[in-house]
Design a protein around this ligand. Structure first.
Ligand SMILES: [Zn+2]
Length: 166
């Protein structure tokens, strides 16, 4: 196990235990933090579809293999579905075969917020949009085939692909 510059530890290939994924589990996004884009829960409900709301604002997880960007290779920018802030670029997307769109790094570390998540009896790192606080997915240090070793495992419904060059 090696420690990466971002503080994560990189496990030897094959050393990461297979986890049971918390499909459909929901939990409120912490509303006590302050973000540049702040909206009331009612405003988010009206703006987002029920599926988008469940993931972005209730930290739900879409079913693996069902997301619209799971296998997308279109070039462009992946923005936050809730507030439109840029999160990832297609260049950092890779095929992790995990059932969700995966990226090895955000466009800028300032674009996302990483929060320790101890729910579901696991210690994970939750990824949120740094602009509006919406839930995006989790990041795992289990992608040794990428330049960073990280796998930002995102929900398609949290993202909006804007096709085209950056
Ligand atoms: Zn956002």
């Amino acid at each position: 196990m090696t420690v990466l510059p971002n503080g994560n530890t990189r496990h030897a290939a094959g050393a990461v235990p297979i986890m049971r994924w918390p499909f459909g589990k929901e939990r409120p996004v912490d509303s006590t933090r302050s973000y540049p884009v702040q909206k009331s829960d009612e405003d988010w409900r009206q703006q987002l579809s029920p599926e988008e709301y469940a993931v972005l604002r209730r930290a739900g997880t879409e079913r693996p293999g069902t997301g619209e960007y799971n296998a997308t290779t279109t070039e462009g920018i992946y923005a936050c579905r809730a507030c439109g802030a840029e999160l990832f670029r297609s260049e950092a997307k890779f095929d992790s075969h995990c059932g969700w769109p995966s990226f090895y790094q955000p466009t800028s570390e300032d674009n996302v917020e990483l929060i320790e998540d101890r729910t579901m009896g696991m210690r994970r790192v939750e990824v949120r949009c740094a602009t509006c606080g919406s839930h995006l997915g989790h990041v795992f240090p289990d992608a040794p085939q990428t330049p960073t070793g990280d796998r930002y495992c995102m929900n398609s419904v949290s993202l909006k692909l804007v096709p085209g060059g950056g």
